[in-house]
Design a protein around this ligand. Structure first.
Ligand code: ADP
Ligand code: 5GP
Length: 187
């Protein structure tokens, strides 16, 4: 019997829009064979984040060595602050070989880079109802300093301009509606 066919699903959108919240619900409720690609990052872990579950938290030198060794499918300095994020090739290749649907929660630059390598990847952009709502969510999450939040908002405005390059756009206004829409897009 042949294995089911794996696929790559890229979920992008500005920081604070609710990607993590939405994906958590879709993973728990959709019954789809989804597996999350655990990105590597050089940023410090937030309270409650577990190494190997939410991210692989790497020292800058370790990240740099892996980058030079070509271990990343894509990697970027996301908020231009010396903090790197990247998708490990091995994670994606293993998931695909097992017929899983591997979800990459990555920024717009990363999404476009993965599309170059895997043109069949499904791309979804999560949008806020408005920039004001996005600000409220980032503030409400309370994880960033004021300077970091402002950098995230500046990046968000640039990212929103790229929504049209994605195959699907889901607006995360009412959470229940967005969970339903994202599930429909993936299924
Ligand atoms: P991201 O992963 O895109 O950075 P998060 O999932 O951490 O965003 O969400 C940012 C904040 O917004 C969190 O505090 C989360 O609880 C809240 N949030 C997410 N989706 C909604 C929604 N539909 N309505 C209200 N608040 C939301
Ligand atoms: P956070 O620091 O809030 O966890 O994530 C910040 C941003 O980094 C988000 O926009 C997220 O999509 C992006 N990101 C997380 N992992 C990766 C990755 O592996 N590659 C890229 N390019 N971006 C990532």
């Amino acid at each position: 019997m042949s294995l089911p066919v794996g696929k790559i699903i890229i979920v992008s959108g500005p920081s604070g829009v609710g990607k993590g919240t939405l994906l958590k619900r879709v993973f728990a409720e959709s019954g789809l064979p989804l597996v999350l690609s655990v990105s590597a990052t050089t940023r410090k872990s937030r309270p409650g984040e577990i190494d190997g579950v939410h991210y692989r938290f790497l020292e800058a030198t370790d990240f740099e060595n892996r980058r030079k060794n070509g271990e990343f499918l894509e990697c970027f300095e996301v908020f231009a602050t010396g903090v790197w994020y990247g998708t490990l090739k091995s994670d994606v290749e293993n998931a695909l070989s097992e017929g899983k649907w591997v979800v990459l929660e990555i920024d717009v630059q990363g999404a476009l880079a993965v599309k170059e390598v895997y043109p069949d990847a499904l791309t979804v952009f999560i949008k806020p109802k408005s920039v004001e709502v996005l600000k409220e969510r980032l503030l409400g999450r309370g994880t960033e300093s004021e300077a970091a939040m402002n950098r995230r908002l500046e990046t968000a405005l640039k990212e929103l301009e790229h929504a049209g390059q994605f195959q699907f756009v889901v607006i995360n206004d009412d959470l229940e509606t967005a969970v339903k829409e994202l599930t429909e897009v993936l299924a």
